[in-house]
Design a protein around this ligand. Structure first.
Ligand code: 6GU
Length: 269
């Protein structure tokens, strides 16, 4: 078992005030952390018990500071199950955020659309998810200090935060989608048949993250807001192959809208 107190004490000695909001920034969305004022950045490798990030383009640090007048902490770079991290490692930072005072978690990702009405570049407010990882981060002895054995998931994504974010989008003149995030392990993108399945089962977008973190966040009763950036149409929808470069390029194109939406939402929380 992990000694949470070592991680907690280490961060509390260094952070500049208690963060109310935590942010997990997905592929290409880590730039939001660069906008944090009065930043204190702590590389993951310096934090006791923290897994260490491997993927390029992920800075791999916690950034504490102020954003839109709120105290925040951002995870610049996350841990993916497909990288070989255990579910416990993938979700370790979420529990750390809980321990240092975070009450609201904003989780972001790049995802592929299986809903044909969506377009690359769309932003989607996550209303619910489907855990298709074939496992759960909560398997094993229950961590009673965080939450109950059988957590309720009937409102994994906070309805009030969904509403608030919709309002912010409307005020900014941004057209946003709402929908269900279908979580797969990756690292392959889905086959066209798997994309049809995801759609048939109720998914609007497919991705390789978010679900484990949200499960652990809800276990400890954090309020969750999820935002997907639709970087591409999922396989078989368009007559073209998928590539990681397209995912990165599209994310770069919608970066400004993404930043405005998240900043606006943080301001009005
Ligand atoms: Cl099409 N699938 C998954 N699983 N993750 C993605 C994606 C697709 N596009 C971006 N991320």
């Amino acid at each position: 078992m992990v000694n949470w107190n070592e991680t907690k004490a280490f961060l509390q000695e260094r952070m500049n005030g208690t963060p109310e909001i935590g942010l997990i920034l997905g592929s290409g969305l880590g730039v939001l952390a660069d906008e944090i004022e009065n930043p204190v950045a702590i590389p993951y490798e310096d934090i006791p018990h923290f897994p260490v990030s491997t993927v390029e383009g992920h800075a791999g640090q916690l950034v504490f500071g102020d954003l839109e007048g709120k105290r925040v902490v951002a995870m610049q770079g996350r841990f993916h199950f497909y990288e070989g991290y255990s579910m416990e490692q993938v979700t370790f930072p979420v529990r750390v955020l809980k321990l240092i005072g975070v009450e609201t978690l904003i989780v972001t990702n790049a995802a592929g659309a299986c809903n044909e009405n969506f377009n690359p570049g769309d932003l989607m407010i996550i209303t619910d998810h489907i855990n298709f990882f074939g496992t759960s981060p909560l398997i094993g002895k229950n961590a009673n200090e965080f939450g109950t054995r059988f957590p309720d998931m009937s409102e994994a994504y906070d309805k009030q935060l969904v509403k608030l974010t919709e309002q912010v989008a409307s005020d900014l003149g941004l057209n946003v989608q709402k929908g269900v995030y279908f979580g797969n392990t990756g690292p392959t993108y889905e086959t066209p048949a798997e994309v049809r399945m995801a759609r048939l089962l109720g998914g609007d977008v497919v991705g390789m993250s978010t679900v484990p973190e949200v499960i652990v966040a809800r276990h400890s009763d954090m309020r969750v807001l999820g935002i997907s950036c639709v970087s591409n149409m999922a396989a078989g929808i368009l007559d073209q192959p998928l590539n990681h470069e397209e995912v990165i390029e599209t994310t770069e194109r919608v970066r400004q809208d993404f930043l405005s939406l998240v900043r606006g939402t943080i301001k009005s929380i």
